[in-house]
Design a protein around this ligand. Structure first.
Ligand SMILES: Nc1ncnc2c1ncn2[C@@H]1O[C@H](COP(=O)(O)OP(=O)(O)OP(=O)(O)O)[C@@H](O)[C@H]1O
Length: 252
């Protein structure tokens, strides 16, 4: 399922957060990068219908989220993992995911099988009877993904899913995200260029509320090869991102 953002602007009072932003997201995993305050969370909040689109258009599949019927339909096909989320600590893992499925419109009879499928998918099937509080940080992040996946959405939006995880947990989570991206449209918002380099074919970069680059990662890294000869530390993608943040964006 594709997502199309066309000429979207958004302001909080006099603070302009997004300015005339256009973006086309295709199936697979797309990384959304940008410095603090760039507008990533604002953009995600419009995609997942937490904030209203007032200027421009956002289509999730065929659903136009500017109108109420489109928003309701879009919510059925979107799974969202916010940067900060809480699940009831005393609940059993299986119940927490089944409840998320029910909140997203899955019938009562289907909630528990749906929760089991989602837990199996993210490698937590054996923890179904554990309490949420008994899970490690990495497992809790995976549980958050299971909750976002339980209604089997075609689109999954994740805001900083690997933040605060140790390297081994981060690798495990990357495997999970990679697996989810095989048959869905996944948007991964992050500060970690390394995660994008490992997981994403497509990259979008926003800065000061504007889309500065959108396309395959190799197209961005090819530009830096042209600009600086490609030397220096870090992955090619990191060098390209740092270069353009420091020296400005092509055409911008
Ligand atoms: N509720 C709000 N009220 C006023 N201004 C806001 C609000 N939320 C965000 N902003 C402003 O809008 C701009 C974009 O913020 P946003 O949180 O979307 O950026 P971000 O890229 O997600 O940043 P970060 O990476 O730090 O989370 C910033 O200037 C921010 O200060």
């Amino acid at each position: 399922m594709d997502i199309r953002v066309e000429d979207v602007s958004y302001a909080y009072g006099s603070r302009q957060a997004l300015s005339g932003l256009t973006w086309h997201v295709r199936p697979g995993i797309t990384g959304l990068l940008g410095p603090n305050g760039a507008g990533k969370t604002t953009l995600l909040s419009l995609l997942v219908t937490l904030n209203r689109v007032r200027t421009g258009t956002v289509l999730v599949g065929d659903h136009d989220v500017s109108d109420p019927a489109g928003r309701r339909a879009a919510r059925r096909v979107i799974g969202y993992l916010p940067e900060r989320f809480s699940l009831v600590a005393g609940m059993r893992v299986g119940d927490a995911v089944a409840y998320a499925a029910w909140l997203n419109g899955v019938s009562y009879g289907e909630c528990f099988p749906a929760a089991r499928r989602a837990l199996a998918r993210i490698g937590l099937a054996e923890r179904e009877r554990s309490r949420v509080r008994e899970l490690s940080g990495g497992m809790r992040q995976r549980l958050g993904i299971a909750a976002a996946l339980a209604h089997d959405p075609a689109v999954v939006i994740m805001d900083e899913p690997t933040v605060g995880l140790d390297p081994s947990q981060r690798l495990r989570l990357r495997e999970v995200i990679h697996e989810i991206g095989r048959d869905r449209t996944v948007v991964l918002s992050t500060h970690l260029v390394e995660d994008v380099a490992h997981l994403c074919d497509e990259v979008a970069i926003i800065d000061e509320g504007r889309m500065r680059f959108s396309g395959p990662a190799h197209a961005l890294t090819a530009m830096i090869d042209d600009a600086s000869g490609g030397g220096g530390r870090g992955s090619k993608l990191e060098r390209a991102y740092d270069h353009f943040l420091r020296y400005g964006w092509p055409g911008g």
